[in-house]
Design a protein around this ligand. Structure first.
Ligand code: NDP
Length: 314
């Protein structure tokens, strides 16, 4: 291994550099220094990039890049770029991040399962509107996407006793979850689910997948949760399904355009809760060891973890 100093360049408009630097410093070793993109004076020394949505042309400055690490789990914006260098791309896949997402999904499922939108609306009218609770086992939840985050979310939902089903491209086995796979399975799943949770990555195959036809196939009165990417959903079709009362409500964390426009009908449709894309976030302390391990793998010629497939887009 050579001892030439190397730079890990950091770019994010959302994440604090100081916190990531403090978390990574104990793991990186003396050879790798970490710098914010604006502070880099020797672009040739940059071997690794830890980035979240860097500006257009960002990578051209660094001719010796060997690894791009996406500062988050969703890689759709990164892999869609034309200027991505031909080096391995990895993403964060961190148990704390998965736990945070599972907490959000569980909250959203319980919100609909326990009819909370109904009680909130009744409270606004000062009305005692008793609705008998249904046992979890009688409520079917479909989790679309069983990746690092989706799988834990589905498992946590199943642990609460819900009749839990999952959907992915390949066969999966998860405790308590009935797993389905392949294009044909999804229509049946949508038709039987009381609550559908979208945990699908945004790829050319999932873009607009949940359209008017999909919402139309959902069970009357079903609820919808989206915690992955807005573009998987046709928002106008979702708004129509909610407006028509075909869907009883939705919990939405992600949108085609963020921030969600003030004039979006979704803000005020009955039973809809909007949260500003925070179901789960990258956490410096728990993600630092895997970032450093991947840098070491590049230095020593080892295997990378959490590699993104450019072909599949996730
Ligand atoms: P992964 O990339 O680990 O897994 C994706 C899952 O979706 C896999 O199970 C995959 O199937 C399945 N899938 C992909 N394409 C299809 C398809 N066409 N049909 C059926 N299933 C498909 O994703 P994660 O679970 O880690 O994360 C999911 C998404 O959550 C991220 O892509 C990101 O967009 C979003 N996210 C949102 C955050 C927020 O705060 N709201 C925070 C972090 C992430 P298979 O297993 O067969 O490959």
């Amino acid at each position: 291994m050579s001892n030439v100093p190397e730079t890990l360049v950091f770019y994010s408009a959302f994440d604090p550099f100081d916190a990531w630097q403090a978390a990574l410093a104990p793991h990186l070793g003396a050879r790798v220094r970490m710098q914010e993109a604006d502070a880099v004076t020797d672009p040739g020394s940059v071997r690794y990039a830890l980035v979240w949505m860097p500006p257009e042309g960002f990578f051209a400055r660094f001719p010796n890049l060997e690894l791009v690490i996406n500062l988050g789990a969703g890689v759709d914006r990164l892999v869609a770029r034309d200027d991505l260098p031909d080096v391995p791309i990895t993403r964060l896949s961190d148990p704390e991040m998965a736990r945070m997402m599972a907490g959000y999904v569980l909250f959203a499922v319980l919100r609909h399962a326990r009819d909370i939108p109904h009680f909130e609306a009744a409270q606004a009218r000062r009305e005692w509107a008793y609705r008998h609770p249904r046992p979890a086992a009688e409520i079917t939840v479909a989790v679309l996407g069983l990746g690092e985050l989706g799988a834990l979310a589905a498992t946590e939902v199943a642990r609460q006793g819900f009749d839990t089903h999952g959907w992915a491209t390949r066969p999966r086995e998860l405790p308590g979850v009935v797993c389905h796979h392949g294009g044909d399975a999804v229509d049946d799943l949508l038709a039987r689910a009381d609550i559908t949770v979208c945990m699908l990555p945004l790829t050319p195959r999932t873009s607009g997948l949940l359209d008017a036809g999909a919402f139309g196939r959902m069970k009357p009165g079903a609820a919808f949760v989206n915690a992955s990417r807005g573009e998987v959903v046709d928002e106008a079709a979702l708004a129509d399904a909610l407006r028509a009362g075909h869907l009883s409500g939705a919990t939405l964390d992600v949108f085609v355009r963020e921030p969600l426009a003030a004039d979006s009908p979704l803000w005020s449709l009955p039973g809809v809760l909007i949260t500003p894309h925070l179901a789960s976030v990258a956490l410096p302390r728990s993600a630092a060891p895997q970032i450093a391990a991947n840098i070491r793998a590049i230095q020593q010629g080892g295997d990378l973890a959490n590699v993104v497939s450019r072909v599949h887009g996730y």
